[in-house]
Design a protein around this ligand. Sequence first.
Ligand code: GUN
Length: 297
Amino acid sequence: MPQIINGRNIANEIQDDLRADISEWLKTNKRNPSLVAVLVGDDPASIKYVEKKMEAAKYVGIDSKIEKLPDTISESELISKINHLNEDVSVDGILVQLPVPEHISERNVCNAVNPIKDVDGFHFSNAGKLCLNMDTFVPCTVLAVIELLKRTGVETFAKNIVVCGRSKHIGLPLSILLHSDARNQLPGLEATVTMCHRNTPPEQLRVFTKLADIVISATGVVHLIKEDMVKQGACVVDIGMTRTKTQEGKVKLVGDVDFENVKNVAEYITPVPGGVGPVTVAMLMKNTFKAAKIHLS
Ligand code: GUN
């Protein structure tokens, strides 16, 4: 029987510890850490994710606010809003919920956030620091995967890891941390990492995943990872979260991993929902507390 990694329990543990740490910190600090989420438009998935972040913030003792903006806003108006938040001394952490509307450059928006308030770790200077293993804001999903592996006791040293997906916010930074040297300011996990992506031929992908001790998928391709692609006893981490509709018309989140079948061969596996997602939110709270400590030190 595989161990199904319970992301909700792990997120609760992290948030309980953080709530205690923030409460202790408040004894010597005048105000709570604070977070602003910028939400452009009314995409139901984005609204839901931001609400989850606000809920977690409230629980751990972070003051939070949603800055709602219409999807007709121009890129320069959005950047000017971000600049106001950058200058606002009462704001420690800023995130712009992605995706932004097509007429706005996601890269320009990520680069507009002050790097010391960049709790998503998406600013180019923070991404660059991560590549050089310098202390920085690491993207929350990357932190979540590392935390899940650590708390589950899955060894990474000298192991083979396949990362599917090369996004600049998840696949790339995750691959960098997984293969890096542990003796760094930002410690790496010392694995041998293979990055696969949309142009990896399917038969080649299977060769790589079959050799892997850990398979991590972040592609948004529903059920990309099948039972016959996974080595017996491997750990499988699913970052995919595709919104689909059930026959009754209800929204259902579906991962990159064919969970029902892959669980027959994996020793550890994360479900969707309830795996990486809740831990990602908990790591955002950790990054916001880190930003507050830098800001108010
Ligand atoms: N949209 C999907 N995931 C994320 C995330 O981690 N941060 C932001 N800002 N937007 C997202």
